[in-house]
Ligand binder design. Sequence first.
Ligand code: ATP
Ligand code: MG
Length: 640
Amino acid sequence: MDADSYQIGLENFDTKTREASNLDQISFWNEEAKKLTWFDQWTKTLEWNIPFAKWFVGGKINASYNTLDVHQTSIAKKPAIIWEGENGATRTITYTDLYHDVCKFANVLKSLDVKKGDRVTIYLPMIPELPVAMLACARIGAIHTVVFSGFSATSLRDRIDDSKSKVIVTADVGYRRGNSMNLKKIIDDAINELSFVEHVIVLKRTEESLQLNAKDKIWHELMTNSPDECEPEHLESTHPLFILYTSGTTGKPKGVLHGTGGYLTHLNSTFQWAFDIKDSDIFFCTADIGWVTGHSYVVYGPLLHGATEIMYEGVPDYPNTSRIWDIIQKHGVTIFYTTPTALRMFMKFGDSIPNSFKLSSLRLLGTVGEPINPKVWRWYFNIIGKSKCPIIDTWWQTETGGMILSPLPGLETIPLKPGSATKPIPGVDVAVVDEEGNELPTDTKGYLVIRKPWPGMLLTLWKDDKKYKDVYWSKFENNYYPGDYAIKDSDGYFWLLGRADDILKVAGHRIGTAELESNLVSHESIAESAVCGIPDEIKGEVIIAFVVLKQNTKKSEDVLRAELIQTIRNGIGPIATPQQIYFVTKLPKTRSGKIMRRVLKAIASKEKVGDVSTLEDGAAVKDVQDTFAKLQKSIKNNKS
Ligand code: ATP
Ligand code: MG
């Protein structure tokens, strides 16, 4: 395992926070919660009825009050959101603008009889009206459920039907890769048979005339005469703030339900600790608000802190591969938070692209979503951060609400190890355990668990307490099971090895997908890789690898295949030698950019592919299938 250490730019030495959290986890969070503004103080910090946690019981709070009202005297004219469209258009929204827009839209929702606890589905692209609609729901106690605007009518219908939303908020169009997508038409198809939907609010972004149905209302018309002040509801700390469906990497998405007081406390603290946020920062998180990273670190985290942030509508490689570096240079971005999958793509395009931009404003880099391969980490550190920016590799999930494992430059100094999410944040208890739930010695692979409740944790799965218990609390008694495989090294650093469901069991050895994939990606010609295991009579399971080559790779597949096998043998050992290596142009990924290994496994085992509604690009499955079939055929021919 990699023992390199990097300690650049870390200069905070707050030992008190860690000490307090070690002393008493509950009192620790009790103090952290006081950093927010509450209408009524809570009477009990935590009520823990395994597996249901209630944080700050009796406390009254409002998320929109804490992100907007509290800034109206101090930083009213400060930009909250600097928005950039795919076509280069920009808009700047100050904290005052945002406050009034949110109040107006909250009044609109009220006028449509939306009440505390009602659900509102928001199906909008990455435009400022998306956080406006979310915060307006929060202001009146309605539960928002944002659906990524790239989803089809069927996926959308499932989510609207599950949450039984009374109101839908959408736009006529969204833009992606230069194309305009007719969102209104998708909504019409989705709600066709859903009689419980009462109103559809449509934001018009174009001059095109719109076919209006009985339920449709136009955003601007509703907003024109709506009052720009709206009293925030005083909500119980445990009042649900939102339902968000998981990315669906492993199967059918789960409707994760989050509360208010605990969630906000978790975000308020982690945003400060991880990003070391300063008044002068320009924060840029590339996540779509349709995913949890967007909820927590585009909407709630930065706005709680009165930060200025960039919001970009569009894909990172359109109209060309330098788009993101162009945005960073143009707006002087200081903190950049993205995903390993995006970084691997940038890396594939070559160093000369970022090297031709002035990226010197950057001071802190972050990543989330998948294990980051050490090679990609170093590239990020050297080429993007110019060896002066710390990288925070943040491990967390939709269910955890906020970060659980991450370096925290805003709090303390920690030497970084490329590929490790380092250590737990203060106030959480994380361990690696065996099949029986016993903590494993260091340097031993096992299951990641969280042993105590934490403030950002989900309340439950929407209308499905049973599934909530089954999925997260049944594998290990009294421990939350995230479904990830990990190792803790002798320095106490955590290394995420992939999903526990994807572990390969070869000749008695357990190998995490991340170990193998990082090894393959360490080869100079490989941009991306994914591995899976398929059943084998003798070995139990054999490894199948799929790789995507970097642009301009000259070597033949046969040469590369031999080199890759050598790379694996040297890096992991002969037992990990893949039985087959397939060269593909694309890997099947979720809309949030994560590799769907179960799809690869199904193809390689000649089984049904299953639910792929969250798949990014159907063509990827076909590509893998074709490559697979071609190779199988040539193997057969050689044998005969
Ligand atoms: P589903 O639960 O429907 O399969 P999902 O798990 O992809 O979807 P998310 O909640 O967006 O939905 O993703 C959380 C998962 O992403 C984690 O459980 C982990 O597997 C992976 N992950 C996130 N951050 C990291 C990280 N820094 N290092 C390694 N893995 C990460
Ligand atoms: Mg998950």
